[in-house]
Write a protein that binds this ligand. Structure first.
Ligand code: PGD
Length: 763
């Protein structure tokens, strides 16, 4: 066999080089990546897989009866059409909706991770197209990742990006940290990915080095493997969703034993006295002491007190996985984690304090790139209406209904056309049976996809998009030291086209081609976007190769900023000169702003509140629906690493041997998970790495209804979002709560239905 000619490329899960050896794509991680992700090996099988979409298709009912609400989405046949026909139909429909309902009738939030290249980033493309060629759209705000944190952090500590990306670095942890209190852990399957690309996966090595120096890691959570072995962590099993109670218990010991840093609280914070009244039970008669916390979270009271005593007086870092706030009252653990770090007097010290979401994604804990990196300008959107991203079903089911968000009383817009490119709501949203009902309400659902996800199958118009390997692009992000020249590695699959070319052709039909393209083809845009970085490098008198040189080199090492601890570090060094951008300029332990909103589900200081969704009765187990280790979200579910991790074609659910025994479930059995909202199949794996009473099924297996005609079909593949509850974290942020759900599990004894998720629909 010939030795393949390897070319550089990048993905959200790693920078790599790839080339063809005969018919096989060979993928090799970047040589300087110390801990490359196995997800890279999804590419070889994926690139020509039968799950790819070959040609434009239109739902038969839409073709024959025109646009309008219908429950036939995901049920009707899809009909192949030519590109010209598809584009003419779609341009006509965009015009119809705009003329009849205004651009407020178009939802273009199009949430999703898309791919790593900064020019072909589908979400940026669709936003630019809708702004420039159509005139605007209803957008979504925040993310499924961090919906609650996005909103609460600016009230209490500072804007989301600076206090997450530009905060405590792994370098500082290796050097300074004595104790890491890791709520929800820092699983390397999560830090394996980062939007825009990751050239060096440093987390595992950093934890190994810190532990070798003597840094201690405590993992609080229901899953033992949420920290890598290299951290040498002590696992403190914690009932899902009770971190706020545990932290209150720790805080109570600090306060009552005089271990809290009063000088820090006085000088750098507001609201501690008010919070202390609640903590000690002066306001509600309930002291949040270790015994109180223990009864809720399951950690013995003695252990809670011992941890608090050990934490006081040393360099402590509180970290918190995104997943904690992806749950009912998700704002509370974020707020309370910060308060705990404040009581320990650690905020802003090197390697200490609070780094929200460190380890949840590759972007955090790194130094910032010192020059701007590429990003596609998206034009201006004149539409004011928006939704918090996870409220999509509520919006479509209740047009005109009021809702609360971050102090604003808002109304759901009346959407007629939904446009999606680069995301998979049938992966990311909760209560998928409800989502199907919601999508039945619109006139038209348009989807650009490279593969037959359930979202593509539910569309009225499906346009086949190229995948990243089939395009040239630039891979870059503000926290990775490499800018990557992403070379094309394969020709487009069948009739697939780049999102950009699709939008340019639609813009032409809408009389806006020149405005949309600015006269550039894709290569012209990439050169244009590169120029911004090149000019900034030249201005700093740093090596600034021209585009051709960069392209031939394949990558460019970017200068990095000093490790200063960001705005929080600057505030700690001089709070008067560098106040925090919060209303008080200080750390807000209690927030007058939030209190003034008057939300019963998000009061003015961290608070433990009872939850609606808890195990019991017919759903006695907690389901943790977390991120998969074998793919990014649902992307390339059909690739080699992802497919290879399934058992009998199903996603694998972990269960404690005690719970399995009680149900007669043995290793490898197919089980049915169910609750009042839906049901799915999965393969059981018995494990003592999770607490009794907890099962774990990662997200990302493509939704695969046994019978699409059913109102609540059984998903035969293992998508947990058929079970999850579709409700916001609170009236403050309305974030996604998909992480935790109450379910029952039983052995599946019926005839095993085949998995057809990756088979193209018959056209
Ligand atoms: P992806 O699977 O990445 O999931 O949700 P998201 O929608 O981002 O979807 C991206 C889609 O874009 C894929 O189908 C891929 O094929 C397509 N795509 C990739 N590149 C291109 C391109 O160039 N052009 C086009 N047109 N398409 C492209 C992720 C979301 O899920 C997130 S961020 C989180 S953190 C949430 N996590 C959870 C959770 O923890 N628990 C539950 N229950 N649910 C969750 N959902 C959320």
């Amino acid at each position: 066999m010939d030795v393949p000619d390897l070319k550089p490329h990048s993905s959200h899960w790693g920078v790599f080089r790839a080339g063809w050896q005969g018919d096989t794509l060979v993928v090799e991680p970047h040589p300087s990546d110390p801990d490359p992700s196995a997800i890279l090996q999804n590419f070889p099988e994926a690139v020509r897989h039968r799950a790819r979409i070959a040609q434009p298709m239109v739902r038969r009912g839409w073709l024959e009866h025109g646009p309008g609400p219908t429950d036939r989405r995901g049920r009707d046949e899809l009909v192949p059409v030519s590109w010209d026909r598809a584009l003419d139909l779609l341009a006509g429909e965009l015009r119809r909706v705009r003329d009849a309902h205004g651009v407020e009738g178009i939802f273009g939030g199009s949430y999703g991770w898309s791919s790593a290249g900064r020019f072909h980033h589908a979400q940026s493309q669709v936003h630019r197209f809708l702004n420039i060629a159509v005139g605007g759209y209803v957008r979504s705000v925040n993310s499924y990742s961090a919906g609650a944190a996005n909103v609460i952090l600016p009230h209490i500590l500072g804007p989301f990006e600076p206090v997450t990306r530009h905060s405590v670095t792994w370098e500082a942890i290796v050097q300074h940290t004595g104790l890491v209190l890791a709520f929800g852990g820092m699983a390397v399957r999560n830090s394996a990915v980062g939007g825009g690309g990751v050239s060096r996966h440093v987390e595992r090595g950093a934890m190994r080095e810190a532990a070798a120096r003597g840094c201690r890691f405590l993992l609080f959570g229901p899953l033992r493997d949420d920290l890598p072995q290299e951290a040498g962590a002590e696992w403190v099993p914690l009932s899902p969703g009770t971190d706020t109670a545990l932290m209150l218990g720790l805080a109570h010991t600090l306060a009552t034993e005089g271990l809290h840093d009063r000088a820090f609280l006085d000088r750098f914070c507001v609201g501690y006295p008010e919070f202390e009244d609640y903590l000690l039970g002066r306001t509600d008669g309930v002291a949040k002491d270790a015994a109180w916390a223990s009864a809720i979270c399951g950690v013995p009271a003695d252990q809670i007190m011992a941890i608090a005593r050990q934490a006081a007086g040393q360099r402590v870092l509180v970290t918190m996985a995104h997943s904690l706030q992806r749950a009912e009252h998700g704002e509370q653990p974020v707020w309370m984690g910060m308060v705990l770090a404040a009581m320990l007097g650690q905020i802003g010290l090197p390697g200490g304090g609070f780094n929200y979401a460190l380890g949840s994604i590759a972007h955090y804990g790194k130094r910032m790139v010192a020059v701007p990196v590429a990003g596609l300008p998206q034009g201006r959107n004149p539409v004011r209406a928006f939704i918090p991203v996870a409220r999509i079903s509520d919006m479509l089911l209740n047009p005109g209904a009021p809702f609360d968000y971050n102090g604003q009383a808002l109304t759901y817009p009346d959407v007629k056309l939904v446009y999606w490119a680069g995301g998979n709501p049938f992966h990311h949203h909760q209560d998928l049976n409800r989502l199907r009902e919601a999508f039945a309400k619109v006139d038209t659902l348009v989807v650009h996809e490279s593969a037959w996800t359930a979202t593509a199958r539910h569309a009225d118009i499906v346009l086949p998009a190229t995948m990243t390997l089939e395009r040239e692009d630039i891979g870059a992000t503000t926290t990775d030291p490499l800018m990557v020249a992403m070379h094309r590695l394969a020709p487009p699959f069948a009739e697939a086209r780049d999102d950009y070319d699709i939008f340019a052709a639609l813009a032409e039909r809408l009389g806006k081609r020149e405005e949309f393209t600015e006269g550039r083809d894709a290569r012209g845009w990439i050169e244009h976007l590169y120029e911004r970085t090149r000019a900034a490098l030249a201005e700093k008198n740093l090596p600034a190769p021209d585009f051709e040189t960069f392209w031939q080199q394949g990558e460019l090492e970017m200068p990095l900023e000093e490790d200063t601890g960001g705005i929080v570090g600057a505030f700690r060094r001089d709070p008067e000169a560098a106040p925090l951008p919060t209303p008080s300029g200080k750390v807000e332990i209690a927030s007058a702003t939030i209190a003034a909103f008057g939300y019963d589900d998000c009061p003015g200081h961290p608070t433990w509140m009872d939850r609606v969704e808890v195990p019991g009765g017919e759903a006695p187990l907690w389901l943790v629906a977390n991120q998969p280790a074998t793919r990014l979200h649902s992307q390339l579910d059909f690739g080699g690493t992802s497919a290879g991790s399934k058992h009998r074609g199903r996603e694998v659910m972990r269960i404690h041997p005690t719970d399995a025994g009680a149900r007669g479930v043995a290793e490898g059995d197919i089980v049915r998970l169910f609750n009042q909202r839906g049901a799915c199949l999965a393969a059981a794996a018995l494990s003592e790495d999770l607490m009794p009473g907890v099962v774990q099924l990662p997200t990302g297996a493509w939704y695969d209804p046994a019978d699409a005609e059913d109102a609540k079909p059984l998903c035969v593949h293992g998508n947990p979002n058929v079970l999850t509850r579709d409700a916001g974290t609170s009236r403050l942020s309305q974030g996604c709560t998909g992480q935790l759900t109450a379910v029952q599990v039983e052995r599946f004894t019926g005839n095993l239905p085949p998995v057809k998720a990756w088979d193209p629909p018959v056209g």
